[in-house]
Design a binder for this molecule. Structure first.
Ligand code: PAF
Length: 267
């Protein structure tokens, strides 16, 4: 049976109950609008822990564009249905409950967060890291599950856990894709059927191109508005816009083959 906690006190009561004492707790933080990618995270958490907590919180501080926040799908009933087979508790607090400080306190990272998404969405990663730290403090999980599609987010959360000695393990989970290769995202549902069909070129070109510049050029040729493609540490991340919807993806990339030195003429 799933317990729905719409505020902090109801969650804290459940977390302190004898039934949760000494249990291994798996945590899947989300902003709702759940899909099969979230179900995969929840299924993994279910398999590896005694108790599973899902949070649903559309975090206002990670949206640099108010229109994007307003359009973010809210589908609580469907989310609860999807979570039911996997989760023991759903924590879905109101915004005020998460920001009693009025967002005066923030977590800042000053390297990876300045590239890619961070460059194009000022303040995004401060919002993500701050809310994730708060959620970790409130939920106190043993393991937290994050999808690899949001590669920068995953790396930054891992870095924060190390930097602040947080007593939990971050578990990276493979991106779940539709048969045409498109990564599942709650944003996909905002596309027209024609745009959704075209979107299959995004992962295909992002993965195949020899380098980031080539991927960006090919995506532009295909008619996508490209925010960035960035290669770092053998991983490629990219963001495009289609019908005004911003979509991101990630692939590991092979290192470029070493260039053989030209044979020198025998002396
Ligand atoms: O990936 C998400 O859904 C969000 O960025 C997260 C981790 C739930 C923080 O709001």
């Amino acid at each position: 049976m799933i317990t729905y906690c719409p505020d902090l006190p109801s969650w804290q009561r459940l977390r302190a109950s004898p039934d949760w004492a000494g249990r291994r707790i798996g945590f899947v933080p989300t902003m709702g609008a759940l899909h099969a990618g979230h179900a995969a995270l929840l299924a993994r958490a279910r398999a590896e822990n005694d108790r599973v907590v899902l949070s649903i919180f559309v975090n206002p501080t990670q949206f640099n564009d108010p229109a994007d926040l307003a359009k973010y799908p809210r589908t609580l009933e469907a989310d609860l249905d999807l979570a039911r087979p996997f989760a023991d508790a759903v924590f879905a607090p109101p915004a005020e409950a998460m920001y009693p400080d009025g967002y005066r306190y923030q977590v800042t990272e000053n390297d990876l967060s300045t590239r890619g998404e961070g460059l194009h969405r000022p303040g995004h990663f401060e919002g993500v890291l701050t809310v994730v730290l708060k959620l970790f403090q409130i939920v106190r999980p043993d393991r937290a599950y994050f999808g690899e599609k949001d590669w920068q987010q995953l790396q930054l959360v891992r870095g924060m856990v190390d930097a602040f000695f947080l007593p939990l393990t971050v578990v990276p989970c493979p991106t779940v894709r539709d048969p045409d290769g498109v990564a599942l995202s709650s944003r996909n549902r905002r596309l027209s059927p024609a745009a959704r069909a075209r979107l299959a070129h995004f992962p295909a070109l992002l993965r195949r191109a020899a380098n980031a510049a080539e991927a960006a050029a090919q995506l532009r040729e295909e008619g996508f508005e490209v925010d960035y493609v960035d290669d770092r540490d053998r991983h490629r991340i990219g963001a495009i816009r289609l019908e005004g919807v911003r979509l991101i993806d990630h692939f590991p990339v092979e290192p470029a083959p070493a260039v053989e030195p030209e044979p020198r003429d025998a002396l």
